[in-house]
Design a protein around this ligand. Structure first.
Ligand SMILES: [Zn+2]
Length: 340
């Protein structure tokens, strides 16, 4: 403001919003004047920067869907060993195309609640902590969304990986969902609970088998129910077999009125890699060829039907559409809505 005297500048400041005033306050006197006008002093930057609570609400027909963020994993060097059947330079190119760094990939985790007809259903549970310090936000975010675990009627589990079943218990190892029925895919239960599978598993996987026993062991066995592919796990929520990622991996069609949502679970890990390149095999897919068949079949369906989808490891809130693009697909995030 080269042509304004200081006095004139102060006079003008009164009419400028505080944030704008702070931008203009280039010397001490001006900064002091802004403070007297009620503007905030430059903030001290806290040691750890956190976002506001991460949950996102949307409607599917009459049902209220709440996406609950559990934080994120960081995968160092995603170009090496993360995709089994792509060259490092191909993975680097895919990351670059999506403006993602090649040094480390952030993999978000988001589970969800579905409420309607007086019932609260939770699909998957987050890590429950203990996997990575940055992935332990599920419980506070659920609380912030006003959903009390003690009020949950049904917990539906898509598959038995630790980032999906970990949140069944709290840090004390006790059941978090104190009255809910716990619904699990029967093929998943059969695989992970098999003592032969556990004893034959490589050393590095034995911990996963133990985690399954610890988490489900915290619940009275009569509250755990196994469901078959095609079953309705709750009114309006149908389980669809989608094996490959794990033997009993399951996705869900949530239907209410004319609207439908496909809950893709771990059909794809980060969409920049595995939606764009459905033929790529993530290191976590237990049967990668079957996982690819499942992925292509589901993506063809949701693309043809223009069906809304959610993905567990998609950028938060992970809601959008999958359309065909070239020889692969592309994830299109749905527009954020400030109200329902
Ligand atoms: Zn997962």
């Amino acid at each position: 403001m080269p042509y304004l005297s200081r006095r004139a500048a102060f006079g003008t400041m009164a009419a400028i919003p505080a944030a704008a005033a702070a931008v203009f306050a280039t010397d001490d006197a001006l900064a002091q004047g802004a403070a007297q006008d009620g503007a905030a002093q430059p903030a001290q930057q806290p040691a750890t920067l956190q976002q506001a609570p991460g949950f996102y609400r949307m409607k599917v027909g009459d049902m209220l869907v709440t996406r609950i963020n559990d934080g994120q994993f960081t995968r160092p060097k995603p170009t090496e060993g993360f995709v089994r059947n792509a060259k490092p330079e191909e993975v680097a190119a895919a990351l670059k195309e999506s403006y993602l760094p090649a040094e480390a990939l952030t993999i978000p985790l988001t589970f969800m609640a579905v409420q309607g007809g007086g019932r609260t259903v939770v699909i998957d549970t987050g890590t429950g902590g203990g996997m990575m310090p940055t992935a332990n936000a599920g419980a506070p975010n659920m609380e912030a969304a006003g959903i009390d675990p003690a009020s949950v009627d049904t917990v539906v589990i898509s598959h038995f990986h630790g980032d999906h079943i970990g949140g069944l218990t709290g840090p004390d190892g006790k059941a978090r969902f104190t009255k809910a029925e716990i619904l699990v895919p029967e093929a998943e239960w059969a695989f992970w609970m098999d003592e032969g599978q556990m004893s034959r598993a490589p050393e590095g996987m034995k911990g996963s088998f133990q985690l399954v026993r610890d988490r489900f062991g915290a619940y009275p066995q009569e509250r755990i129910r196994r469901y078959a592919p095609g079953a309705d796990v709750a009114p309006g929520i149908r389980a669809l077999a989608s094996p490959g990622h794990t033997p009993g991996h399951t996705v869900y069609a949530v239907t209410s009125g004319q609207q439908q949502l496909m809950v893709l679970s771990d059909t794809s890990n980060h969409p920049a890699l595995f939606v764009r390149n459905p033929g790529w095999h993530a290191i976590f897919d237990m049967d990668p060829v079957q996982a690819e068949e499942t992925r292509r079949r589901l993506f063809d369906r949701v693309a043809a039907d223009r069906m809304m989808v959610v993905g567990y490891h998609f950028p938060f809130p992970g809601v959008g559409y999958i359309g065909q693009r070239g020889r692969g697909y592309e994830f299109h995030p749905a527009q954020w809505s400030s109200s329902l």
